[in-house]
Design a protein around this ligand. Structure first.
Ligand code: PLP
Length: 455
């Protein structure tokens, strides 16, 4: 049996399209990676546009991470954080605390981003229960937000496509408008849009009753919802507003931390926001091993610990919370980011990446290009202005069509309906950005031809 036959027979992948289960004939089989490139089983080399899943910060084939992981396995291959401590978790927690804003000095490790969000939300529930505010249960999120796929993290996810037949917690979760300028009235200035969004947030808090609202959870830049960069000052103003009502502010930095925007964490340095909790995952190990977590403020923990704890436990954790092997991978990745000055590299390369991506706006199929740092999205239009013909039937496949053509030009992209998102490894060079944009242009031209969109 070929890899594909075995895949079709035995595997269920995340977000599998059930009508076509077992009938895949195009998903590439990837066998190797080095630097910013991955190789498929036929020997084709592809530049990894999505950087794995927003996570391959230092790129593929890092001997230093392999050695750190192998060395850690031989030293101590497992250790539970339920009742013993390992030196890798303490070192990593101390480094994280040195880079988080304000007094976010206490770190809880999980197995990834969903469990980080889930754990953070459970901590908020616990805190309110301990503080005698059991009615503060409502959670505010946004349309287009993605926060994970545990029951709770999926419940606070606002992507339309993910609201499927799978159950979520509905009564306690409320979705505000996505802060996406492109999908709002173009006549609105950035400032006016920001005011509108803030008004909506305050109206919702007042409608629910501030005493019933637990937290507001927000990605500083909405990632898989289509790389939505909110209006200037939006994040800071949301944080200040919810805090005024005693509501907890959680920044989900699963994508934006560890260099994607040129900083260890983006909340304060990019968005002047000091959250109560920051969640992280993905880039913390450069994607090599599963790890995530959250950092929470001292002030938050002081209010629910010691004499104020009411004798409670934080009854939440995972067999691989703070796995020493994952933490060793994270420390090795951290060392590479520092030694190779990757944060400065992103600060310098990010604007070039954005500028080059925006050159694609001249293509009729492209309706918007947006992004910041080393994350960007190309949105394709759903109507054919030239013929007046709606492309709606194909809208779920436009991204896949572009991805398909990109492979011919040596590029992997991540198709999300009619949006392609890009978040290459942080080590990407200007020449590789040029190759990426050139491949995208050629693929988009072919897709236009297929969709009969005129030049
Ligand atoms: N939060 C954000 C912002 C994400 O983008 C993701 C994953 O893409 C998650 C949470 C969930 O992370 P994981 O897939 O590691 O569980």
């Amino acid at each position: 049996m070929s890899e594909r036959d075995t895949f079709n027979r035995h595997l269920l992948h995340p977000w599998a399209h059930l009508p076509a289960l077992g009938e895949d004939d195009s998903t590439p089989v990837i066998v190797r990676g080095e630097g910013v490139y991955i190789h498929d089983e036929d020997g084709n080399r592809l530049l990894d546009g999505p950087g794995g899943m927003w996570c391959m910060q230092t790129g593929y084939g890092r001997r230093e991470i392999a050695d750190a992981v192998a060395g850690q396995i031989m030293q101590l291959g497992y250790s539970t954080s339920f009742f013993v401590i390992n030196p890798q978790e303490t070192e990593l927690a101390q480094r994280i605390a040195s880079k988080t804003p304000g007094d976010l000095n206490r770190v809880f490790f999980t197995t990834g981003g969903s469990t980080a969000v889930d754990s953070a939300l459970r901590l908020c529930q616990l805190a309110n229960n301990i503080k005698g505010m059991p009615k503060r249960k409502h959670i505010l999120s946004r349309e287009n937000a993605y926060h994970g796929s545990t029951f709770l993290s999926a419940s606070v996810t606002g992507k339309e496509r993910d609201k499927t037949a799978m159950d979520t917690l509905r009564d306690q979760v409320h979705f505000l408008s996505s802060p996406c300028a492109f999908h709002h009235d173009p006549a609105l200035s950035e400032q006016a849009l920001c005011d509108l969004l803030l008004q909506e947030l305050e109206d919702k808090i007042l409608e629910l009753g501030p005493q019933n609202v637990m937290c507001f959870i927000a990605e500083p830049v909405l990632a898989s919802g289509g790389v939505i960069v909110p209006p200037a000052d939006y994040n800071r103003r949301c944080c200040e507003l919810v805090r005024k009502y005693g509501i907890i502010y959680i920044a989900d930095e699963v994508v934006t931390a560890f260099g994607r925007l040129g900083y260890w964490f983006a909340s304060e340095e990019v968005f002047s926001t000091v959250p109560d909790i920051i969640t992280f995952a993905k880039g913390v190990t450069s994607g090599y091993l599963p790890l995530g977590g959250f950092a929470v403020s001292d002030r938050f923990m002081e209010a629910i610990s010691g004499e104020k704890s009411g004798g409670n436990n934080f009854s939440n954790g995972y067999t691989w919370s703070a796995s020493p092997v994952s933490c060793a991978a994270a420390l090795a990745s951290w060392d590479i980011i520092e030694r190779e000055n990757l944060l400065d590299h992103v600060k310098q390369t990010g604007p070039y990446f954005q500028q080059q991506m925006r050159t694609l706006l001249d293509l009729p199929l492209v309706s918007d290009v947006r992004g910041t740092g080393l994350m960007a999205a190309i949105e394709m239009r759903l109507d054919n202005e030239a013929t007046g013909e709606a492309l709606l039937e194909q809208d779920y496949t436009i991204g896949e069509l572009v991805d398909h053509h990109c492979h011919r030009f040596g590029l992997l992209v991540r198709p999300l309906i009619n949006v392609c998102v890009m978040s290459p490894p942080l080590i990407i060079t200007r020449e590789q950005i040029d190759d990426m944009v050139s491949a995208l242009r050629q693929a988009l031209v072919l897709a236009q031809r297929d969709l009969r969109v005129s030049d």
